[in-house]
Design a binder for this molecule. Sequence first.
Ligand code: SF4
Ligand code: SF4
Length: 283
Amino acid sequence: MSSDNNTDTADMQDVDDFRQHILDEYERLNLDSKFKFNCGNEMKCFTKCCGDINIFLTPYDIIRLKNRLGMASQDFIEKYTLNPFTKTQRLPSALLKLDEDKRCPFVTDEGCSVYEDRPWACRMYPIGLASPSDESMESGAEEEFYFMMAEDHCLGVKECDRELTIREWIEDQGIAPYNEMGEYFKSVSMHKLLHEIELTPQKMEMYYMVCYNIDAFKKFVFESRFTDVYEIEQETLDIIKEDDVELFKFGVDYLLFGLYNEPTIKVKSEVLKAKRKAMRLDD
Ligand code: SF4
Ligand code: SF4
């Protein structure tokens, strides 16, 4: 994680409190739960939902947005994100930085200027997804659940007869690729060993780079000794050089290996031999 990035802990107590409030108080919905909602530029509340918000960006959100804006991921995260830390989180995250009026930097009078690439959270709204504590999810005691955000300013949930299921909403909003990428992300960010491993600053940097600064990861793969150390097929290298989504999936394998010691990526045998030899010489 870049040390000169904005790190914001001040307001994050609110995020932790809100999360706990949802877990304690909100009705737990599933994919077949029905809700009423309608939204459009004819609504009196149009774009009110794009201010005074906490939007945590996923790795896939950042890839979509930075490519849409034609920006390098480093420039995107510097300009548009904060690195908050809540007391319950072990790994770094990226929060969308609001403007001085506490509005999303992408909102205009005409609506969302990045609509086709808007983040997962914006697509899901007014439905939220809550994750119980990592420990309880690991033990299987609790599962993720959907909930309805009951925000006063949103007339779309109040003045509406259109009824649909959460499953239909996910399809309607093109959320499937976001969820697919979310599963890759969760395999690292919610790994069953997350609370057992030692997270050194180097490991945190590695995690942050793969998840949020994909162009830096690409540079790391192709411009360091990475390909001298790891066994990677040329075909894979050709694909990940051109495709950020495939690069992120590869990065997840690298993190599973680097953080959790899973056999998802192989060190070259000559590198291992040289290492063993060096260790014997040290003895
Ligand atoms: S990204 Fe678009 S939909 Fe999401 S908060 Fe910003 S303007 Fe609104
Ligand atoms: S109906 Fe709700 S989601 Fe739609 S513009 Fe109004 S506040 Fe935003």
